[in-house]
Each structure stands twice: as structure tokens, then as C-alpha cells.
Design a protein around this ligand. Structure first.
Ligand code: UT7
Length: 322
């Protein structure tokens, strides 16, 4: 039987920090509103780095942490909704920068759940026997898509990248992964493509920004997060007491508070870094995972659950022994 395990992690955030007070200088908001409604205090903004630059820095750290040679990596998957180009993908741009071989490399888009989708794909590809070491990255420069005059959305997002090396293993560490989606045909969370021709008039369209019905996303998130945690426990015959830690997508601290109450896992077991970074979309989970490990909150042998939700509406969760 072929199994998989997390062999190394890494993350990177751009240097520039934008605080809630900085935002309040140009949009009608306040530190008090943002912190009390979301838990966010500040976020990192990419000034001159592209998604591929953030991804490269996170990936190098993960490869070093995993103690593998770039020659050993045989699969790259980048989860992003902010690729620098329609093509080539971020994954292919990374190959040369990281000194990788002529391997399979591609991007996927499942919004904020993208990293969980990439993890699921890589896990199954390794378990098929065809691959041995996958580099999985969540990288976003979401602030390039935010409308800085829309206080409903611009206060929420930040830029970051997180990476994991997932390797073949003789122990069963990635125990289960759930991914799914329900069609958001109402456009509750939507950003249309930029730079594509509008078919009716055959003209280049303008870049759209993120549009969001926060309450509908909140309702979806607070339903799906506890459901995923409970489903992962039930499907694998574990109790909530067996779980050392939960690493959830950092979209809103109130969503994590509610999941904690609903599943009966205390907040001391819910990792939080949203106050520093805001919502970094597909980068959120690998960034949180890397910090939880580096801060010693997650240790080898610990059993943890990671869950994410996002545009689509997509969702994903995994039960993992580190
Ligand atoms: O990865 C997935 C991405 N998205 C999410 O996870 C978002 C999920 N939703 C949320 O996190 C919350 O719905 C928000 C944080 C976006 C909004 O919180 P809320 O408690 O649902 O606020 P609301 O949308 O019901 O708005 C309440 C009030 C409104 O004013 P009125 O109509 O009551 O006068 C808003 O205009 O708060 C106002 N408001 C703001 N005020 C100050 C909305 N945004 C802001 C702001 N600063 N930034």
C-alpha cells in the first residue's frame, strides 16, 4: 500500500504591511469595525512582487525544510486565483526558478479551497504509484483584484504564499481528504476575468474586482466548516478529543469561533493568524500550517484537521497525522 505524508513546509509574505488604520485613511472604515467583525488587524500587500515571486520564496523554504533535492520533485501544483498570466501557469514559471526537471506542473483554481484541492490531487497521484514528491503551493496576490474603494471587501484580503512537499510514505499520514462544491450561480462571491474579449462587441474587457455578498458567504462558511470537521471524524472513526489541532482557512475569526462552538473543539485548538495576514485565499491554509509547525503548535505525530471554503462555492478538508 502506498501512503503519503507532509515532508516539509514553507511560507512567505511580502514585506509591506497595511494596518486597519492605514485603510481607514482612504476608505470609510475603522480598526474597531474590522477587528471586531473579522479579527483582522493588518495584512501584507505585494508592491512589486508577482504571484510567482511569492510562490518561489515559499517553495524554496518548503524544499529546504523537506530536505529533498529539486531533482526529486516530480510534480508541481499551484493553487491560485491570481496567476500572473492566463498561460504559462505559475507552476511552469516556477520550474526554471527552482531548477526542477521536465516534470508535470500545472495550476488549479478552486478559490480559497484551492490548496485542499491541490493536496487531494497530489495525494491521489502519489498513491497511484506514478509520483513520489509533489510540491503543492497556494499563492495569491489577491490585493491586485480588490477594489480599494469597496469597504465590504478591501479590508479582508492580503497577499501570501505557502508551500508543502508531499511525499510517498510507508505510514498512513494523510488519512482522508474531502473536497466538494455547490454552484454559486448567484455570484455571491465573484470576480470576472480581465483582459478577455467581450464576445458581443469583440472588445477587450476591463479588469473586474472582487464582488461579495458577505452574509451569504458567512452562512455557507459557518455551515460547511463544522460539517467537514464532523464528517472527517465520523468517516475515520475518530472523536474530537483525538484531534490535537485545527488549521482552518483564515477568512474571519467569527467563522472559526462558530465552528469551534459547533463541533465542541475549544479555541485553544484552533490556529489563528488572521490578525496578521487577513484572508490570503489559497495561501491561507499552507501559510497557517507552516506557522503552526514552526511555532511548535503542531508536532510530529499530532493529528490535525485542516478545512477551507471559498468562491465557487468550494470546500475542502483533510485529516492528517503530521
Ligand atoms: O474566503 C471567503 C471570502 N469571504 C468571506 O469569508 C466573507 C464571509 N463574510 C464575512 O466575513 C462577513 O459577512 C463580513 C466581515 C464581510 C461582513 O460582516 P457582517 O457582520 O456580515 O456585516 P454586514 O455585511 O452585515 O454589514 C453590517 C454593516 C453595514 O452597514 P449598515 O447597512 O448596517 O449601515 C455595512 O455597510 O457594516 C457596514 N460595513 C462596514 N463598516 C465599516 C461593511 N464593511 C464595513 C467596513 N467598515 N469595512
Amino acid at each position: 500500500m502506498i501512503y503519503t505524508k507532509i515532508k516539509g513546509t514553507g511560507s512567505y509574505v511580502p514585506e509591506k504591511v497595511m494596518t486597519n488604520d492605514d485603510l481607514a485613511k482612504f476608505v470609510d472604515t475603522s480598526d474597531e469595525w474590522i477587528a471586531s467583525r473579522t479579527g483582522i488587524r493588518e495584512r501584507h500587500i505585494s508592491v512589486d512582487e508577482l504571484t510567482v515571486d511569492l510562490a518561489e520564496k515559499a517553495a524554496k523554504k518548503a524544499i529546504e525544510d523537506a530536505n529533498v533535492s529539486p531533482d526529486d520533485i516530480d510534480l508541481v501544483i499551484v493553487a491560485t486565483v491570481t496567476p500572473d498570466y492566463a498561460f504559462p501557469g505559475v507552476a511552469q514559471l516556477l520550474q526554471k526558478r527552482l531548477g526542477l526537471n521536465e516534470i508535470m506542473a500545472f495550476d488549479i483554481n478552486a478559490a480559497c479551497s484551492g490548496f485542499l484541492y491541490a493536496l487531494n490531487i497530489a495525494d491521489k497521484m502519489i498513491k497511484s504509484g506514478a509520483f513520489k514528491n509533489a510540491l503543492i503551493i497556494g499563492a495569491e496576490t489577491l490585493t491586485r483584484l480588490t477594489d480599494w474603494s469597496d469597504r465590504n471587501t478591501c479590508v479582508l484580503f492580503g497577499d501570501a504564499a505557502g508551500a508543502v512537499v508531499l511525499s510517498v510514505s510507508d505510514t498512513n499520514n494523510i488519512k482522508d481528504i474531502i473536497c466538494g462544491s455547490i454552484s454559486d450561480d448567484q455570484g455571491y462571491l465573484i470576480c470576472k476575468n480581465g483582459d478577455l474579449k467581450v464576445p458581443e462587441i469583440n472588445a477587450i474587457s476591463e479588469q473586474d474586482h472582487i464582488h461579495m455578498n458577505g452574509r451569504e458567504v458567512f452562512k455557507f462558511a459557518t455551515r460547511i466548516m463544522p460539517k467537514m470537521i464532523n464528517d472527517l471524524l465520523d468517516r475515520n472513526d475518530y472523536n474530537k478529543e483525538d484531534i490535537n489541532y485545527v488549521v482552518a482557512h483564515q477568512a474571519n475569526q467569527r467563522i472559526i469561533d462558530k465552528a469551534s462552538r459547533d463541533v465542541g473543539i475549544g479555541m485553544e485548538k484552533m490556529f489563528l493568524n488572521i490578525h496578521k495576514y487577513g484572508n490570503t485565499s489559497a495561501a491561507s491554509v499552507p501559510l497557517a500550517l507552516d506557522e503552526a509547525i514552526k511555532e511548535g503548535k503542531l508536532k510530529p505525530g499530532d493529528l490535525f484537521i485542516t478545512v477551507a471554503f471559498g468562491g465557487g462555492f468550494s470546500y475542502g478538508g483533510a485529516l492528517i497525522e503530521l
